[in-house]
Ligand binder design. Structure first.
Ligand SMILES: Cc1cc2nc3c(=O)[nH]c(=O)nc-3n(C[C@H](O)[C@H](O)[C@H](O)COP(=O)(O)O)c2cc1C
Length: 204
């Protein structure tokens, strides 16, 4: 029995949002296929997610040095710990997000910032960074209105680069794209993408 963390980085209603449709499709197919798994759901828009900045960076430093934190530093560290522990406790992680303004929603960027913790998700070595989470499995679910060459794309690429720092190699990527660029084919692009999403969940 696995613990699976579902991260949703979009708070639009599913009827308007393709990436939320992907999230819901994957979730219901997954629940059907793995009824005994423990599922944890996080919509990042329901969370308090302070930006990475002086308070958080100083807090991280003070924790590493066993120094006393201010009240503000401690309260941000508690938020980091909550998300970090949830991520570390999961065997499998599903991340659903849209492409907005060429990148990921800011909440997802901030969430990923929290996961960069030396000795927890990666370590420094003479050969460079080594990821500490090689056994985790991740499914990336992304929707983008246009069609992008892999080298131009800045959202899926961005998330994968973070996962690679953590040593995560087992990554399934499902993308629905082009439904805005080709409005005449919109419905069939989305329908086929959601079929692929449901199928991927069964084998995840
Ligand atoms: C604020 C906003 C910004 C967007 N920026 C882009 C973009 O840069 N490139 C693109 O191809 N599509 C863009 N789109 C279209 C989305 O990628 C498309 O709606 C996709 O389905 C993901 O968003 P959704 O899950 O909310 O539907 C944008 C949509 C919105 C609402």
């Amino acid at each position: 029995m696995a613990t699976t963390l579902f991260i949703q980085a979009n708070n639009r209603p599913a009827e308007y949002s393709v990436s939320v449709k992907m999230y819901e499709t994957f979730l219901s197919s997954y629940e059907e296929s793995y009824p005994l798994d423990s599922i944890v759901k996080v919509n990042l828009y329901d969370e308090q997610l302070p930006y990475l900045g002086a308070t958080m960076i100083t807090g991280n430093y003070k924790v590493a040095q066993s120094m006393t934190l201010t009240w503000e530093e401690e309260s941000e560290q508690q938020i980091i710990r909550k998300h970090l522990e949830q991520f570390l406790a999961a065997d499998k992680i599903v991340i659903a997000f849209p492409l907005w303004n060429l990148t990921v929603p800011a909440v997802l960027h901030t969430y990923l910032d929290y996961l960069h913790q030396p000795r927890k998700t990666f370590k420094y070595t003479a050969e460079g960074l080594v990821g500490l989470l090689p056994d985790k499995k991740v499914a990336i679910l992304n929707a983008r209105g246009g069609v992008y060459a892999e080298t131009e794309e800045l959202a899926v690429h961005f998330v994968k680069a973070h996962l690679q720092v953590f040593g995560i190699r087992d990554i399934t990527t499902i993308v629905i794209e082009g439904h805005n660029q080709y409005p005449d084919r919109r419905d069939s692009i989305i329908a086929e993408g959601l079929r692929n999403t449901a199928l991927a969940a069964k084998g995840f």
